[in-house]
Design a binder for this molecule. Sequence first.
Ligand code: SF4
Length: 75
Amino acid sequence: MHKVTQYRDRCIGCNACVEIAPDRWRISKKDGRCTLVGGKPTKGIYHVDIHEFELEENKRAAASCPVNIIKVDGK
Ligand code: SF4
């Protein structure tokens, strides 16, 4: 298992992560920010455990985030 973290408050809704990893990322119709699918919040920071097969695309999503708010395994 690997851990994905999102500092959701700082999301600008650019859609980059959704295009790369659509099974994990979705733009919310409510506030236009991206939601980490299956994520649980702790003080506004979302976390989810992902499987090995999801790792590469989520690393690419993290690398593509222009405001650098997606972390995979803390990086
Ligand atoms: S790439 Fe970053 S800023 Fe863009 S929608 Fe995803 S989390 Fe938000």
